[in-house]
Design a protein around this ligand. Structure first.
Ligand code: PEP
Length: 254
């Protein structure tokens, strides 16, 4: 059986409202014009203020949407926070958890990420759990042990019935927004390693079905070679997701 193929666009903290609406419109038009296969799941991940209006543009279109983060709390006096329940209640079905920018700039710890994962999993939403090593970890040959800790501290703590609902994104920090991409071999090697960790804990079937996306300077030129790898099931795309034509070209790279 073949796994899901997924291309998700993380818009990060970019675009004013008018430009965000235009980008969503252009992606919808391009996906139709370029006849992106129904086998490929497209996910748009805009900033919070645009979630609802981007979502309203996607009604009746085979593209889904999600949020870049959620609160570790359920509800109440947490000014500025947005809960997983709120996000899912407007129809957004995916939530990034543990993006390296949140780990780095907001000091998100494994304990916090477990809370967030559990909040998303208590809804009908799907967490996209991000992991990946820094350049120092890679240079000192610690990349496998760093990613192993990130996975075991959070994902391997989940119940099996929850683990089967998640998506993992391997995003080497040195490749995010730098224009430097992991080679297809480096991506494959790490994806196979992650799948093996999942299999040891949750068994063959769950591991075999788990989508593992690659993220880090994916573009229309390198996507095909990355997506050809056995254990690479698609991409989490930052910069190139802000250009409709590039994002759709990536979606057509399977
Ligand atoms: C990301 O933010 O998840 C990402 C992979 O960004 P970029 O594609 O710009 O490297």
């Amino acid at each position: 059986m073949s796994r899901r193929k997924i291309v998700a666009g993380n818009w990060k903290m970019n675009l004013e409202a008018q430009a965000a609406g235009q980008l969503a419109d252009d992606i919808i038009a391009n996906a139709e014009k370029e006849k992106v296969s129904d086998d490929v799941e497209l996910i748009l991940i805009p900033p919070f203020p645009y979630l609802d209006f981007v979502g309203s543009k996607l009604k009746g279109v085979n593209i889904r949407y999600g949020a870049q983060d959620c609160s570790a709390h359920e509800e109440g006096a947490f000014t500025g926070e947005v809960s997983a329940t709120m996000i899912c209640s407007i129809g957004a079905k995916f939530i990034l958890v543990g993006h390296s920018e949140r780990r780095k700039y907001f000091n998100e710890s494994a304990e916090l990420l477990i809370e967030k994962m559990n909040k998303v999993l208590a809804t009908i939403g799907t967490p996209i759990f991000c992991c990946g090593e820094s350049i120092e970890d890679r240079k000192s040959n610690n990349h496998f042990s760093v990613v192993e800790s990130q996975i075991s501290d959070v994902v391997l703590e989940l119940k099996k019935s929850d683990a089967e609902k998640i998506i993992i994104a391997y995003e080497p920090v040195w490749a995010i927004g730098t224009g430097e991409t992991a080679s297809p071999e480096q991506a494959q090697e790490m994806h196979a390693f992650i799948r093996d960790l999942i299999e040891k804990k949750f068994g063959k079937v769950l591991a075999k079905n788990l989508p593992i996306l690659y993220g880090g300077s994916v573009n229309e030129k390198n996507a095909a070679d990355l997506f050809k790898q056995d254990d690479v099931d698609g991409g989490l795309v930052g910069g190139a997701s802000l250009k409709a034509a590039s994002f759709i070209a990536i979606a057509k790279s399977f």
